[in-house]
Design a protein around this ligand. Sequence first.
Ligand code: N01
Length: 513
Amino acid sequence: MTQTGTAIEVDHLIVGAGFGGLCAAIKLDEAGERDFVVVEKDSDVGGTWHINTYPGAECDVPSQLYSFSFALNPDWSKVYSPQQEIWEYTKRVATEAGILDRCVLDTAVDHATWDDAQQRWIVTTTHVRTGEERTYAARTVVSASGGLSEPSLPDIDGIDSFAGEVFHSARWDHDVDLRGKRVAVIGTGASAIQLVPEVAKIAGRVDVYQRTPNWIIPRNERRFTSLEKTLFRYVPGAQRAVRAGVYATLEARVPAFVRFPVAMKAVEAQGKKNIAKGISDPALRAAVTPQYRAGCKRILVSNKWYPALDRDNVELVTDGIAKVTAGGIVDSTGTEREIDVLVIATGFHVTDAPIAQHVTGREGRTLAAVWDETGMRAYKGTAIHGFPNLFQIVGPNTALGHSSMIFIIESQVRYVVDAARTMRQQGLAAIEPTAEAQERWTTAVLERMRKTVWTTGGCASWYLDKFGNNVTLWPGQTFTFRRHLSRFDPTSYDVTALTDAVDTTTATEAVSA
Ligand code: N01
């Protein structure tokens, strides 16, 4: 890191200290690319697992797979890890890797602008508490700000006039005592199904506002025995073998998502059994039974959700919300239910990636403006035409509905590290995927989407953008994604050599020079 004028020069600036940012930092460090900073707006590392502290927050991907491949954890307590354990894991891994000294916490990225003359990203940041401003001049930016980090708030008439306590599931207000209170929860997605059963145990009453039911299958929940943990720790290969088994089981589900959605009937049967087991009232059973193909929206796992809805102090409201008043919620039939606390569990901004508003590329346009016209697009989900030396971790069409995002993150980070190595070895100042390469990739991905359950399943989901395209999920096996990103491929890029003059040549010319 060097201070030149008002800017701090760094090789790599990583945005976000969640799984994506930490993985990038650790792997760049290992590759000898040690001149980096990780800028994180939160007060600690861990990303979503530090921020989402709502009651009942747990991972819905099995813990054996929800860890870095290079830092297995023999001490996971359960088959599905609780939030606190995952957060502590990220902190421990970052500490042991020795990269915490380069994490700049409590600091938000205001803007990142590509400076063609300097062949660097000029990144301005502000400390969220002191207001101190800094400017970095970075060779590359690795954007790992998370696909599900910015709460999406519902646009409901009168919501600002509510006089009680109100907060989003991802910004839980632990100062609000819910004991005996009348609580309303808007939304019935992955977050709501975890928090409602916990809230219902202590609240006086909980009104759950459901717009669309989800398919929810049983959760194979149990604690690991001490014998298992001992085996994981001391028997070489034991934990890796279990992890491989979990990975293979989840991958076996991919064909049903992408080619043969009719196979999802088996999941629907599981879901219906789960409903029958948890709910006794036929009307309530019908109200929670989805009318679209399983998998079209994220398949959820819970043993607690249906029994929670069956409680006397919980009411499922399926009539739409007409408005919010100072004291309660009025549904579309005109019924007003008075409440003390409003919990908003309506998900996140996804297809309008919030970070894109803060990034301006080579042609002076923000990424948000470009993507607003075309939909989110990136070559291999990672690099973007018009935005040199920018790498998007968990970029377009990289998310999963069936397995661990950490596998995808590690695949992308390998690619980024190989790109950094290539740039250093070949003396390149800038790399940028060609428009053709990006178009080819995007067309192939969208073509593969046509038969998927996300397109044909008969639902509306947050996977789809305003053009109706699924720009969120990877339509295939995760090992195929990894293979595509196994090596940085300069022939798909325009590159600029490290000379004073800005000289854009094709990769082939530069490589053969
Ligand atoms: O958000 P969601 P989430 N009026 O978007 C409803 C991850 N995650 O925070 O389906 C009324 O799933 C909306 O209704 P509808 C995981 O990837 C992981 O729960 O659009 N309702 C839906 O019911 C997950 O998929 C874990 O009709 C409105 C809900 O709000 C992602 O985060 C745990 C509405 C939003 O559900 C998001 O989950 C938790 C409105 N105006 C989350 N707007 C793990 O365990 C929206 N809704 C790893």
